[in-house]
Design a protein around this ligand. Structure first.
Ligand code: PLP
Length: 639
């Protein structure tokens, strides 16, 4: 698209369409008339917008370098309200008698700042928390101040975990233990008896229903978590025999994350509602049905059932759920439960963006090709010369095949010593010359042959970006997840280059070469040529879910700087929190070095160098200063 547009005037509308920002941005992101990406913290219905390049300038003035993870508090606030308001609307429209109780599964982003904001923004809705380990439980309790909100404990629970949850109950928290394994029941009952509390118990059921998508394996009968129906019946029988059926309060399931198809969501909630009704019929107290996570994020903006999208709106999601629960229970004349969902991804994804700069670009260069064919060339190179000269729309495929064949032939002859280095260089130049010619012609072909589709990737520029995929976008590396990535300025200029992105780790996997596209995915991203010396900034958006704690320290690149922005209705904003990224010393400590020891060793190494006359004492002083500064510095490229 960019290429065809080159002849006419490129506008911000073209950029908006090319990068799909209005499709995936959910109203939170758009392009300004100056060609900048702006955040619309109050959604598309409001005029308030903050330009991202302006935020970057503000950060740089404050001495905070890129890469930086930008959090926009208002978006988190808005996502929580939207979720609750959507459920409220569905509940009111359908005349459902239970309430909606959202909870945030903290594994999706456990950062203290994030939990604090969720506890704060969620308090007006009694938004609770879900935890899956002892550490998460303690983190949750430290932030929660709402005794009505649910505190759901999933995960494998040893006695210490159980005791912590029971103590939380004794302090007034609405803590519910969800059984992941049958043996947890007896520990919970005996610890509860010792501490003199009646526990609230839930069961996680393995449904027959399964989702599709990346994480489908966490649902279904063969999923590794949860109880089979017969194990649930054993739990009921045990509780009945101990006169404790009043402790069984909740039925839980989790289909997996990012369920793109509403049909899977509907099937699962129908099945779970049936199980719920049967538990009520067995005499369990019940009161909560907990549908787990799965509410998807439309990363590519295509509104389809593709893995990086979803084919439903939030309103449909809420209505379908409330309706399924209600219909099933009404058929049995049973009271309506409170509905819990554990939306993690959809709650936090939108609120963070990773901003980074481009350090350098490498392109496939135009090699020198003489206008006259030199005499005495080896046969295959002569043929390449001929193919290069005769390339036209009529013989694209033939020249393409020749290019590959005679290049390989020349390489073989080079190995045998029959082709010189100079001749081989000419071969490479001719080869790439032909490939570039083919690339320019191929779009005019009626059918683009499969093997030519890869040409764009082979010819793509490599933009070297100042971040680590492993630290900041681990799911892009581990499971090929797509995130919207685009320049955050110059959007009124034609992005005339096609590129892939390489990070600054020295790992060949540290790259991004798949990009969102309404038709599936793109192999190259349209970017602007670098203007000498000017900064070029890109953003990876919708990165608030899962990426922070899954990230690792590959090549010892650490946490990036983080900054939180709060925007006010009059359009003013403030940087409310700055968290400095890891320093080199902190990174070294993670892998068990002691920065003090390192400095001591360096001091004596430098002293030896003085003694052997390699450096002067004054040079020793400045060298040691440089190392001290290096240890305190940012792990990323500093400008
Ligand atoms: C991971 C997880 C979630 C979060 O799912 P999302 O799709 O991110 O909303 C919810 N519940 C449980 C039990 C989980 O393991």
């Amino acid at each position: 698209m960019a290429k065809q547009k080159a002849l006419t005037q490129w506008s911000i509308e073209d950029s908006a369409e090319l990068y799909g920002i209005r499709n995936w941005g959910a109203g939170y992101f758009d392009v300004t008339s100056d060609g900048d990406v702006a955040v619309h913290p109050f959604g598309s219905g409001s005029n308030v917008a903050v330009s991202i390049p302006e935020l970057i300038r503000g950060l740089k003035e404050r001495g905070l370098d890129l890469p930086v993870l930008l959090r926009i508090e208002n978006i988190l606030d808005s996502q929580i309200s939207t979720l609750h308001e959507s459920f409220r609307k569905a509940i009111a429209n359908l005349g459902f008698k239970g309430e909606y109780r959202g909870i945030f599964p903290i594994k999706v982003n456990q950062q203290q700042q994030v939990l604090e904001e969720i506890a704060n923004f969620g308090s007006r809705y009694h938004h609770g928390l879900e935890v899956g380990s002892k550490a998460e439980l303690i983190a949750a309790i430290s932030q929660m101040r709402d005794y009505e909100a649910c505190l759901v404990c999933n995960g494998y629970k040893d006695e210490e975990f159980i005791d912590l949850g029971l103590h939380a109950m004794r302090m007034g928290f609405n803590c519910i233990f969800v059984l992941e394994m049958p043996w947890e029941l007896s520990s919970i009952l005996s610890r509860a008896e010792q501490l003199g509390v009646d526990p609230q118990i839930g069961v996680r059921v393995k449904l027959a229903a399964k989702g599709s998508g990346h994480w489908a394996e966490s649902g279904g009968e063969r999923s590794s978590f949860g109880l089979s129906l017969s194990q649930i019946m054993d739990v009921v029988d045990t509780l009945r025999s101990m006169d404790k059926l009043h402790c069984l309060k909740l039925l839980h399931y989790h289909l997996g994350s990012q369920i793109p198809n509403i049909r899977d969501i509907r099937t699962a909630v129908q099945e779970a509602s049936r199980v719920y009704a049967e538990l009520v019929a067995e005499g369990a107290a019940m009161g909560y049905i907990d549908l787990g996570g799965g509410l998807a994020v439309d990363y590519d903006g295509s509104h389809t059932n593709y893995v990086s999208s979803r084919n439903y709106t939030l309103d449909e999601y809420c209505t379908d759920i409330v309706e399924a629960v209600m219909t099933t229970l009404d058929a049995r004349g049973m009271p309506h439960p409170h509905i819990i969902t554990e939306s993690g991804r959809a709650t936090v994804a939108y609120y963070s963006a990773l901003l980074f700069n481009i350090l350098d670009v490498s392109t496939v260069e135009d090699g020198r090709i003489p206008s006259e064919m030199p005499a005495d060339l080896p046969e295959p190179i002569k043929n390449l010369f001929e193919a290069h000269r005769s390339l036209s729309l009529r013989n694209v495929q033939e020249c393409y095949n020749d290019a590959l064949y005679y290049r390989d032939e020349t390489r073989r002859m080079f190995l045998d010593g029959r082709v010189s280095l100079r001749e081989r260089t000419l071969c490479d130049n001719l080869f790439w010359g032909i490939i570039k010619g083919v690339a320019a012609l191929k779009d005019q072909l009626k059918h683009i042959p499969k093997d030519m589709e890869e040409i764009d990737v082979a010819l793509a520029d490599i933009y070297y970006a100042n971040f680590s995929v492993f630290q900041s976008l681990p799911d892009a590396w581990a499971i090929d997840q797509l995130f919207p990535i685009m320049p955050v300025h110059r959007l009124n200029e034609l992005p005339s280059r096609q590129a892939i992105i390489s990070d600054i780790t020295c790992d060949s996997d540290g790259k991004i070469d798949q990009f969102i596209d309404p038709q599936g995915k793109k192999r190259v991203l349209d970017l602007h040529p670098m203007n000498n010396g000017d900064d070029y900034y890109l953003g990876a958006f919708l990165v608030g879910a899962y990426q922070e704690t899954l990230g690792d320290l590959h090549n010892l690149f650490g946490d990036t700087n983080v900054v939180s922005v709060r925007v006010y209705p009059d359009g003013s904003y403030e940087f409310v929190r700055e968290i400095q990224g890891d320093t080199v010393a902190e990174l070294l400590e993670y892998v068990e070095y002691e920065p003090r020891r390192i400095m001591e060793d360096l001091r004596s190494l430098a002293e030896q160098a003085v003694r052997s006359g390699r450096i002067s004492p004054a040079e020793r002083f400045s060298i040691l200063q440089a190392f001290e500064l290096g240890l305190r510095g940012y792990t990323y490229f500093e400008s």
